[in-house]
Ligand binder design. Structure first.
Ligand SMILES: *Cc1c(COP(=O)(O)O)cnc(C)c1O
Length: 222
């Protein structure tokens, strides 16, 4: 099946206010252009080296999200163009994003990544860490970042009950933070969850952003 067909099939399953980040990691610029020509404008990558190699060769009206683990010393490379960083898990990283966004006279949207999976390898905060971060953040002025919500990755498993439970958990975290810290902040509204294998469950559990790669582009060859 073509990328265009895959893309449209995914889009038909999404509620109109849910956004699709097409995860183009390992895909060539030509492949990205097939999705672009089918109308997709929002793309995501998880490696700094790869996104900075691709971005200059692709149309300027693409909105780029960075969805992978981000090291502080690499923020400067993506700050000139990235619109959202999904996997923020420390105040130090947030401060560096603010600093680099300021240098570029931009505002970068950020999501707090939560650890929801039953796997120790996945990055992210627990609620105590998130609250500590937000309480510290209250004392700072970081005008060049905007916290827009939460992000999480479920356990890689066929067990849908488990995956649903983890997405529900992330939703609960979001609701709590919204009510406690962001009640009057309309920007804090995003729940980024769901990948090719589990996005239908994520949608049922309230995802506002899904991050889908292989269902659109086909299997990746590393
Ligand atoms: C690769 C990746 C995805 C998309 O994975 P698929 O299973 O190909 O849809 C989503 N989120 C993150 C953080 C990723 O690294």
């Amino acid at each position: 099946m073509s990328i265009q067909t895959n893309l449209h099939q995914v889009l038909t399953t999404l509620p109109t206010d849910t956004r699709l980040v097409a995860i183009s990691k390992t895909m060539t610029e030509e492949t990205v252009m097939q999705a672009y020509n089918a109308g997709q404008r929002l793309f995501g990558e998880n490696k700094v080296q790869e996104i900075i190699e691709k971005q200059p060769h692709l149309p300027k009206d693409i909105e780029w999200h960075f969805v992978g683990h981000l090291q502080r010393n690499k923020v400067k490379f993506i700050a000139p163009f990235v619109s959202m960083i999904h996997a923020v898990d420390s105040l130090r990283l947030l401060k560096e994003i603010n600093k680099q966004a300021e240098r570029n006279e931009r505002i970068i949207h950020c999501l707090l990544q939560f650890h929801i999976a039953d796997e120790s390898t996945k990055f992210g905060l627990d609620m105590a860490e998130a609250e500590e971060l937000l309480n510290e953040l209250n004392k700072e002025q970081l005008p060049h970042i905007r916290l827009c919500g939460v992000m999480g990755m479920a356990t890689f498993t066929e067990d849908h009950t488990q995956v649903r439970k983890e997405f529900k958990q992330l939703r609960t975290y979001f609701d709590y933070l919204k009510n406690t810290y962001f009640k009057d902040d309309d920007a804090f509204k995003e729940i980024s969850m769901g990948m090719s294998g589990d996005y239908l469950i994520a949608l049922e559990e309230g995802a506002t952003i899904v991050r889908i790669g292989s269902t659109i582009f086909g299997e990746r060859n590393y």
